[in-house]
Write a protein that binds this ligand. Structure first.
Ligand code: AMP
Length: 279
């Protein structure tokens, strides 16, 4: 496994890779969710590359950039064990050189959900992902359904900029009790960890109601709000039932929709989603 930190080193290492390359962008502190993306990348490509970069531009001033969990030694050992070919671990100055002032913005799709909750977050994501796609020039890039808006926004930017890469969205990996794996779960104490199942419980209830024929967006949102409200440690930031293409809130649901939410539990802002009406 080749580990590089500067952009010229990355370019040289990339140039030596012959055959298809799958890229998995991450912020590190790897868990089974990340590893599932690696496994998909390995099945579909001859080589696999990973970036580990806690991207400062996607954190707000009042967010957890400093506290974000990191364990680079453990991450590198996990990537080595997974047979990864190339890892880029740049520092901030490598990604954002002195005087940096160029950003990539996806307009409509980034306005709601995480975009509304975290001003500038999506612009940080789209900018860094664009830079990663240019630097690695992979055949395919892998993203988790866990961060559905992020994945859909990346798909949009790749189409809009005509980047020669296939965006692959992989299913959310969960704990046995339904909690979606996330590096931020490390912030939860025992009580909070128990409360954190409320996202899965609320989304599952919406999915069950949809399966029974409920197509009223307000009813589905209210159903999820009631479940979250019944959990004293949980403070909802948004609860949404939105169109899968536009991510606009829906009143009357078509065949499919995205149910999603952000819920604060202690220091952790947790997000999760389910596609309603998926085959
Ligand atoms: P992060 O390191 O949190 O930025 O995540 C890196 C990638 O892993 C993103 O594409 C995430 O959507 C994906 N990911 C994070 N958690 C999960 C999960 N529980 N299941 C599947 N993919 C995930």
């Amino acid at each position: 496994m080749i580990i590089v930190s500067t952009l010229p080193e990355l370019r040289r290492a990339r140039a030596r890779i012959i055959g298809s390359l799958g890229l998995v962008p991450t912020m590190g502190y790897l868990h089974r969710g990340h590893l599932s993306l690696l496994q998909a990348a390995r099945e579909q490509n001859e080589h696999v590359a990973v970036s580990i970069f806690v991207n400062p531009t996607q954190f707000g001033a009042d967010e957890d950039l400093e506290d974000y969990p990191r364990d680079i030694e453990r991450d590198l050992a996990a990537l080595e064990a997974e047979g990864v070919d190339l890892v880029w671990t740049p520092d901030n100055a490598e990604v954002y050189p002195r005087g940096y002032q160029t950003c990539v913005t996806v307009e409509q799709l980034t306005r709601g959900l995480e975009g509304a909750r975290r001003p500038r977050h999506m612009r940080g994501v789209t900018t860094v992902v664009t830079k990663l796609l240019i630097a690695f020039t992979p055949e395919r890039a892998y993203f988790g359904q866990k961060d559905a808006q992020q994945a859909y926004v990346v798909r949009r930017l790749v189409a809009d900029l005509g980047l020669p890469v296939e965006v692959v969205v992989c299913p959310t990996i969960r704990e046995p009790d339904g909690l979606a794996l996330s590096s931020r779960n490390a912030y939860l104490n025992t009580e909070q960890r128990r409360a954190a199942t409320v996202l899965f419980r609320a989304l599952s209830a919406a999915r069950a109601a949809f399966a029974k024929g409920q197509r009223d967006g307000d009813e589905l949102r209210a159903l999820m709000e009631d479940i979250v409200a019944a959990e004293p440690l949980a403070a909802p930031e948004y609860i949404s039932v939105a169109d899968l293409e536009t991510l606009q809130e829906l009143q009357q649901l078509p065949e499919q929709a995205l149910a999603s939410m952000a819920v604060r539990i202690g220091a952790a802002a947790l997000i999760d989603n389910m596609v309603l009406g998926k085959a």
